[in-house]
Design a protein around this ligand. Structure first.
Ligand code: BDR
Ligand code: CA
Length: 354
């Protein structure tokens, strides 16, 4: 088996999903086999457009983008443009992509790709679990064919970010999440899904100085600092296209967090979970049996973890409870900066660096 980790990435791009994609593209130990688009932060067609646009900006039109289900399994879609901007990418206006999504659905891609490469692929889901739930309904043997499943979702010893107890990705489609956790109860104990909830992902606190460091290290000029006192929707004028669009996207996320009393920061949930997908050792876990409340009047979408086997059901998840946020953020800054510099040089036709 290759030293690279091959991934199916299912996203609802999304500002932090965008940075997760850039981070994965930056890692030469990652092979992105396909980017699947799920409805969540914005509608699925917009998610697909965002995925295509980021990949094209980075010169990676070779990667398949598939469109997923239009909405959750059994409820209308809620989107969150207030968090991620009118198109899901904050203030960024990416060049319109010239390539198109593939002909197969995201659900079909989950099924086909895991059949083509059984036991090889890591599934990374940083949006609602709708596409994967549909795939498992159609093909119940799918969980056994994945090498590993890593999910951004849930809140365990932590308040929710969508309701007092529910995290966004699970809250959008609780039925899908419940079906996925149930379906993956059957996989061998050493392959139970990894679940990264807000307990760890809200510790991944990106600040303006991180973006400044990315600009500096990438050689982008001028090096800018995003400030809370800037006029809203100020756009970056820095030279590197990846840094410029990333800055425009993340500025919106800083403003959202500030306007919700969390400071001029952004929780970078999805990039961290992308790192976990490549190397689970960057977090510490506790095994539990996880289920999702789908009916509660005020608890719908809550992830409930049975840590002590009280339900008499075997563990079906490794719940991430600790990590070293600074180590991850340093890695993110270094890799994305290096990648941005490489993309810029390729665009300018100056070839790879010596
Ligand atoms: C999750 O919700 C989305 O808005 C983010 O992209 C992330 O995947 C955090 O709750
Ligand atoms: Ca997301």
């Amino acid at each position: 088996m290759s030293a690279r980790t091959s991934l199916i990435v299912d996203v609802d791009t999304g500002i932090d999903d965008s940075l997760a994609l850039l981070y994965l593209l930056a890692r030469d130990d990652a092979e992105i086999v396909a980017v699947l688009s799920t409805a969540g932060n914005v509608p699925t067609s917009q998610v697909a457009q965002n995925n295509l646009a980021w990949l094209e900006l980075c010169g990676r039109t070779d990667i398949e983008v598939a469109v997923g289900a239009a909405g959750p399994l059994s409820t209308p879609l809620r989107t969150t443009e207030d968090t991620h901007g009118p198109q899901g990418i904050g203030y960024a206006i990416l060049p319109a992509p010239t390539h198109r999504p593939s002909d197969r659905t995201a659900t079909q891609a989950w099924i086909d790709l895991t059949r083509e490469r059984p036991g090889e692929l890591v599934g990374l889901v940083t949006g609602p679990l709708t596409n994967l739930a549909l795939a498992v309904r159609a093909d119940p043997a799918l969980p056994a064919r994945l090498r590993r499943l890593v999910i951004m979702g849930g809140a365990f010893h932590h308040p929710g970010n969508t309701t007092p107890v529910a995290e966004w990705n699970i809250s959008v489609d609780p039925e899908a999440a419940a079906e996925v956790f149930a379906a993956f109860s059957e996989v061998p104990a050493d392959r139970t899904p990894i679940v990264c909830g807000l307990d760890v992902t809200e510790r991944i606190v990106l600040r303006p100085e991180h973006l400044r460091r990315i600009a500096e290290l990438s050689g982008s000029t001028p090096v800018e600092t995003i400030r809370t006192e800037d006029a809203p929707s100020t756009r970056s004028a820095t030279s590197n296209p990846v840094v410029r669009h990333l800055s425009d996207a993340v500025r919106f996320y800083f403003e959202f967090h500030r306007d919700h009393g969390q400071g001029f920061i952004a929780h970078m949930h999805d990039p961290f979970v992308a790192a976990v997908a490549l190397d689970p050792d960057v977090a510490q876990y506790r095994s539990a049996t996880v289920d999702v409340e789908t009916e509660g009047r005020i608890t719908r979408g809550q992830t409930v973890a049975d840590w002590f086997g009280l339900w008499g059901r075997p563990p079906n998840a490794r719940v991430a409870l600790d990590t070293d946020p600074d180590a991850f953020l340093d890695d993110l800054v270094d890799r994305v900066a290096t990648f941005a510099r490489t993309v810029d040089r390729a665009v300018k036709g100056s070839g790879p660096e010596a």
